[in-house]
Design a protein around this ligand. Structure first.
Ligand SMILES: Nc1ncnc2c1ncn2[C@@H]1O[C@H](COP(=O)(O)OP(=O)(O)O)[C@@H](O)[C@H]1O
Ligand SMILES: [Mg+2]
Length: 246
């Protein structure tokens, strides 16, 4: 049993920014003084270790796993357990075991927040998560394109059916705004986030800009504190924190 608030970051689609959001939101919540852990439940497509540039492997203590800590965030990921990025070929029941393993066999301690970085879609991992972590609340991520929100909706509907509270929608890659201008360019269209939020009967919590990656950084997918993307992550963290106090 995880001791703390649990927030699952979901979407019907891959590549919409779930993992980026999980990590950046964790860092933003930490800025607000919260202790945060990330459980990377994207067993096949783990990316949290890469985003946080973690090389270390977790140590064990009395048969339990000590989570790896990076930038003050505790992390557990399949990426720590496989050698040299070898592909993982498992069936459903083994995936379920992994969720249990990551929640029960890791010495998390008490945290303010556990963020679950979910795989895309509504497959075995999502089903098992809904059963094993019933207290989890969810945010659904989409891109602004209307068709994207249509696919993301399935993840949200599943959460609602399994009685998980969807606390809101985050629209990612909403627009591009050059740092030296106020002009916003809606590269991927408009309206997907609003539409999804109304379909799910929830609110649009944030619209995140497209941020050019700083390829010289060791963590290009982490928003630098000078960027408008970082400010949006902070706003989002504040809103989410309020939702959990209610
Ligand atoms: N707001 C953004 N601006 C620019 N690139 C982004 C943004 N959000 C995500 N990305 C990039 O999009 C790709 C997919 O993001 P990722 O977080 O891995 O998505 P998912 O976990 O949903 O598959 C990554 O290369 C990531 O760096
Ligand atoms: Mg991901």
């Amino acid at each position: 049993m995880l001791k703390g608030n649990v927030l699952a970051v979901t979407s019907g689609k891959g590549g919409v920014g779930k993992s980026s959001l999980s990590v950046n939101l964790a860092l933003a919540l930490q800025k607000l003084g919260k202790s945060v852990a990330i459980i990377d439940l994207d067993i096949y497509g783990f990316s949290v270790p890469k985003i946080l540039n973690i090389d270390a492997k977790p140590k064990t203590f009395n048969g339990k796993i000590i989570p790896v800590e990076a930038q003050g965030i505790k992390v557990m990921s399949m990426g720590f357990l496989v050698k040299d990025n070898e592909p993982i070929v498992w069936r459903g029941p083994m995936l379920g075991k992994m969720i249990q393993h990551f929640t029960e066999d890791v010495l998390w301690g008490e945290m303010d927040y556990f963020i679950l970085d979910m795989p895309p879609g509504t497959g075995d991992v999502a089903l098992d998560m809904h059963l094993m972590i019933p207290q989890s609340k969810e945010i659904v991520v989409t891109t602004p394109h209307k068709a994207a929100s249509f696919v993301a909706e399935r993840a949200g509907s599943m959460a609602i059916k399994s009685k998980h509270e969807v606390i809101g929608v985050v629209e990612n890659m909403s627009y591009f705004k050059p740092e030296d201008s106020d002009q916003k360019y809606y590269i991927f269209g408009k309206g997907g986030g609003e539409e999804l939020a109304s379909q799910l009967g929830t609110e649009l919590l944030g619209q995140l800009p497209i941020q050019e990656a700083d390829e010289n950084s060791e963590t290009p997918a982490i928003a630098a504190e000078t960027t408008s993307l970082f400010k949006e992550y902070l706003n989002l963290a504040e809103k989410i924190d309020v939702k959990f106090q209610l």
